[in-house]
Design a protein around this ligand. Structure first.
Ligand SMILES: Cc1cc2nc3c(=O)[nH]c(=O)nc-3n(C[C@H](O)[C@H](O)[C@H](O)COP(=O)(O)OP(=O)(O)OC[C@H]3O[C@@H](n4cnc5c(N)ncnc54)[C@H](O)[C@@H]3O)c2cc1C
Length: 382
């Protein structure tokens, strides 16, 4: 006999999104249980990303990615200031690599302003040289509201805040089945001791990241018909030798790298909170079977390619400066060559699943958007 528990709300997944939702809903007085298959929070995509607080530049106006990113940017800075979460508002330069691309910077500025991003400015070579003397670019879009954050500290804050409001997080607890009941759901799986468990809940929030489409299928959603099937796109990083720290002080994104389909031809430079530089992520589609045995190795033979792409704007960079660092995998609801799609955040009443919320395809800017996603989910359930 499986041990049976109950909660108002079960949240599947203790990544940044599940934790943000747990913090939000528990603060509203709901009794929350978070189920996480791994031994701690944030062991998947939420700790395998660039830790950038994005400004919401390139997403289609009106999309969830645009709205939740711009709102999340503001909420995150407020939260960081209030809760002492390590972060830095470094600013970003989206650079043209060649003169003909300068018009593209202005298109990006117009799009970003429609999304609600503020204080954007196109700057020329002289101003770039004043701001970043070690950067080679003819023009850039300067984005002061981009920053970096400790994703771990953010998740720890959400987990603590949820706990303070009475939420529980069960680790090493893997969901394997979801049954629709008359008055909610029965979520079952295997717990840390290998025992079966079951939880009754009125509301279930599926924030399972790379496995979110699988979780949706457990409750009976046909993921192909719904357009929920996820595809996996790996992003690898190379760190830049610590001896070069300080040469660049803002994030640098070559223009075309903001369109993910062309990301393989351009490579970003990001900084961590200590100012250490890293290049990436690139974009490499994985087979759908990747999820059966996930691994995050970095292909060290890409060093030359990363160097060649970044050397165009970092003329001082040597191939020997680069070391393989880490990788993350984006869950996407589009595959290679298909048009990009928005986040899917649905309260599934129309599918006969009242109280069931699916979050599918939560790739970038999911970290930035997390506090705004939590409010959005709360409103869907109100
Ligand atoms: C390379 C890369 C760079 C990125 N850079 C940025 C960036 O700079 N800024 C930004 O805003 N966003 C960025 N993102 C996006 C951001 O990292 C994600 O949107 C965000 O982390 C998603 O969080 P999540 O909670 O949805 O998923 P996850 O962190 O993957 O959490 C899902 C959790 O669900 C658990 N789970 C899954 N199945 C089960 C089950 N059956 N039972 C129990 N638990 C289960 C998993 O173990 C996992 O812990 C980047 C992503 C990638 C891949």
């Amino acid at each position: 006999m499986a041990e049976e528990f109950s909660a108002d709300v079960v949240i599947i997944g203790a990544g940044v999104v599940g934790l943000a939702i747990a913090a939000q809903l528990s603060a509203e007085g709901r009794d929350i249980l978070v189920l996480e298959q791994r031994e701690a929070f944030g062991r998947e995509t939420s700790s395998r990303n660039s830790e950038v607080i994005h400004a919401g530049l390139q997403y289609p106006p009106g999309s969830l990615k645009a709205r939740l990113c711009v709102q999340g940017n503001r909420l995150l800075y407020e939260l960081c200031a209030r809760a002492g979460i390590p972060h830095k508002r470094l600013g970003k330069l989206v650079i043209a690599l060649e003169a003909p691309e300068v018009a593209g910077l202005d298109d990006l500025r117009v799009n970003a302003e429609r999304n609600g991003a503020r204080d954007l400015r196109i700057i020329g070579r002289a101003e770039i040289e004043r701001m970043e003397p070690h950067l080679n670019a003819p023009a850039a879009l300067y984005v002061p509201s981009t920053g970096v954050i400790s994703a771990h500290s953010l998740m720890a804050y959400f987990a603590q805040s949820a706990g303070d409001h009475g939420a529980n997080i069960a680790y090493r607890t893997k969901v394997r089945g979801i049954e629709r009941l008359d008055d909610g759901y029965l979520v079952d799986g295997v717990d840390a001791t290998g025992e079966r468990f079951a939880v009754r809940a009125e509301v279930v929030v599926n924030a399972a990241g790379l496995w979110a489409d699988h979780i949706a299928s457990l409750v009976g959603v046909n993921t192909d018909e719904a357009g929920y099937r996820q595809h996996f796109c790996k992003g690898e990083y190379f760190s830049v030798a610590p001896g070069k720290t300080g040469l660049i002080s803002r994030l640098v994104y070559p223009l075309a790298a903001t369109g993910t389909e062309r990301a393989g031809t351009r490579i970003h430079l990001t900084l961590d909170l200590e100012g250490r530089m890293r290049l990436g992520p690139d974009a490499e589609w994985l087979p759908d079977t990747w999820r059966d045995a996930p691994e995050y190795r970095v292909d060290s033979s890409k060093r030359q390619l990363f160097w060649r792409l970044a050397h165009r704007y970092l003329p001082w960079l040597e191939p020997s400066d680069l070391s393989p660092e880490g990788a993350g995998v984006r869950p996407r609801v589009f595959g290679p060559g298909e048009p990009q799609r928005d986040f899917i955040i649905e309260h599934e009443s129309a599918r006969g699943l009242p109280g069931f919320v699916n979050l599918i395809g939560i790739e970038s800017p999911g970290l930035t958007s997390s506090p705004a996603i939590a409010r959005y989910v709360s409103a869907l359930l109100a």
